[in-house]
Design a protein around this ligand. Structure first.
Ligand SMILES: Cc1cc2nc3c(=O)[nH]c(=O)nc-3n(C[C@H](O)[C@H](O)[C@H](O)COP(=O)(O)OP(=O)(O)OC[C@H]3O[C@@H](n4cnc5c(N)ncnc54)[C@H](O)[C@@H]3O)c2cc1C
Ligand code: HEM
Length: 402
């Protein structure tokens, strides 16, 4: 809890910090990577740095955390922290690294705000930082210890046993353990971080959702090639597509991720678009493996049927479940040969289908898609806390932050 001494100082300086938080986050990363270039080798995602999305996510989280401390001093923004802790753990983050971020963040606050940062202001913001840091360190320690690992050993090498073309832009990799150590179980909906050695000698991590339930030996994930379209082409997705083949060895983390299946027995509704189908494929595969009788509705939107990745697997799993159905929306037109329960033209419109009462919803796809679907669901009376969503990048939305 924020101390009585710091609370009025944070309240008074929140507006100026909030206004400048974007600049602070930018200066922070520049300074930190200048001092610690090793953090760009295998830890930070340089695509997100180039796009500025990680800077925005960090700025948003600090501003939101400080606001929450002032408005509700007795509780922490649990969702926000969980998402960050899972992402950190999937990168093998260590508690001692929090000091490095602290030093550079405080430097950046001073650099941007100048004389406004009195000793009192610096002390109050240090308190906010360490409250957030200790909450994250505590969660991350819990995540590591639940899996019986230390941060250094979240990584393991896997051999590619299958590479399957799903669509023009998507391939699925199936990988197998190389030794006989047990494969840690994944929860339905979780992702792994894949760490690749880039041609310039730097390692780059990227997250990929697991598309199949565990079998004790393999993991599967599907990668969409990120085309440049005027900007630089995505570096890891293209490297995976173009250079990684059957027999190659890749480095992957244990599975993490806070957006996981609600297995309380409530009806489930999955709403995905494009490559956002991958966590849904993983959840369906887990449901089939468990012989589930849950009521499941799968809604998926794509450009057309040919672009719909892992569609054969998804439909087979829907058909293998006794209580599941699937509807699709294709932007071009409503043609296709998949034997689905309903096919529509245009953008996903949740009012076109009957949705079960009291369902738990999971959304995944581009941000505008998820924003539109979430709004439509809320308009239909779905409580926001029943809607989970996965963002394939730093979460710039933070709609369910608390
Ligand atoms: C939880 C989670 C789960 C995910 N699951 C999946 C999944 O199942 N399947 C999947 O395919 N993806 C998934 N992703 C996304 C994946 O992690 C990668 O982000 C994606 O593959 C792109 O990585 P990349 O290295 O190819 O692109 P990057 O090189 O990281 O580029 C990303 C974007 O940044 C732009 N960019 C790069 N450099 C610059 C620059 N200098 N200036 C301007 N713009 C620039 C690129 O044009 C591109 O649009 C997931 C992400 C998360 C967080
Ligand atoms: C209180 C301190 C910290 C806060 C508030 C914080 C916040 C965040 C947030 C909001 C994200 C984005 C999560 C998402 O939406 O996916 C993130 C990701 C990340 N954080 Fe932290 N973080 C902190 C400490 C650290 C430390 C100590 C390190 C290591 C030096 C670190 C390294 C990373 C990395 C590598 C990512 C992923 C970046 C990417 O994918 O672009 N963080 N953090």
């Amino acid at each position: 809890m924020l101390s009585e001494k710091s609370r009025p100082v944070i309240e008074a300086t929140l507006p100026v910090v909030g206004e400048n938080i974007g600049a602070i986050a930018q200066r922070f990363y520049q300074h930190m990577f200048g001092e610690h270039p090793e953090l760009l080798d295998g830890l930070f995602n340089r695509g997100n740095q180039a796009e500025g999305t990680q800077q925005q996510a960090l700025a948003g989280s600090v501003a939101m955390f400080a606001t929450a401390l002032v408005e509700h001093p007795d509780r922490l923004p649990e969702h926000l922290l969980q998402r960050v802790a899972h992402k950190h753990a999937s990168l093998g983050l260590r508690p001692d690294q929090y000091q490095v971020v602290y030093d550079n963040l405080m430097w950046a606050i001073g650099d941007v705000l100048g004389d406004a940062v009195t000793d009192e202001v610096a002390a109050a913001w240090s308190e906010v930082y360490w409250l957030m840091a200790f909450a994250l360190i505590h969660m991350e320690r819990g995540l590591y210890s639940a899996r019986g690992v230390r941060p250094e050993i979240v990584w393991r090498d896997w051999e590619v046993t299958e590479k399957t073309r799903e669509t023009d832009d998507v391939v699925t990799f199936r990988v197998k353990r190389l030794d006989d150590r047990p494969v840690r179980t994944s929860l339905p909906g979780q992702y792994v971080t894949v760490k690749m050695l880039m041609p310039d000698g730097v390692h780059q991590p990227r997250q990929y959702s697991l598309t199949r339930a565990d079998d004790g030996e393999h993991r599967s994930f599907a990668v969409k090639r990120v085309r440049g379209d005027g900007k630089p082409a995505g570096e890891v997705s293209n490297l995976l597509h173009d250079t990684v083949d059957v027999g190659d060895v890749i480095t992957m983390s244990l599975p993490f991720g806070d957006v996981v299946l609600d297995d309380s027995g409530r009806p489930l509704v999955f709403c995905s678009a494009g490559i956002g189908v991958t966590p849904m494929a993983g959840m369906l595969s887990h449901l089939v493996a468990a012989g589930s009788h849950f009521d499941v509705t799968v809604l998926h939107a794509d450009a057309d049927e040919e672009s719909f990745a892992v569609r054969g697997q998804v439909l087979a799993d829907v058909r293998a479940l006794p209580n599941a159905r699937m509807y699709v929306w294709y932007e071009q037109d409503a043609t296709g040969t998949l034997d689905v329960d309903g096919r529509f033209a245009g953008m996903m419109d949740v009012s076109a289908v009957d949705l079960p009462a009291g369902a738990a919803y999971v959304l995944c796809g581009p941000l505008p898609f998820m924003q539109a679907v979430r709004s439509a669901l809320i308009d239909r009376g779905v409580p926001p806390q029943d809607i989970q969503y996965e963002v394939f990048g730093p979460d710039l939305w933070q709609a369910d932050a608390d």
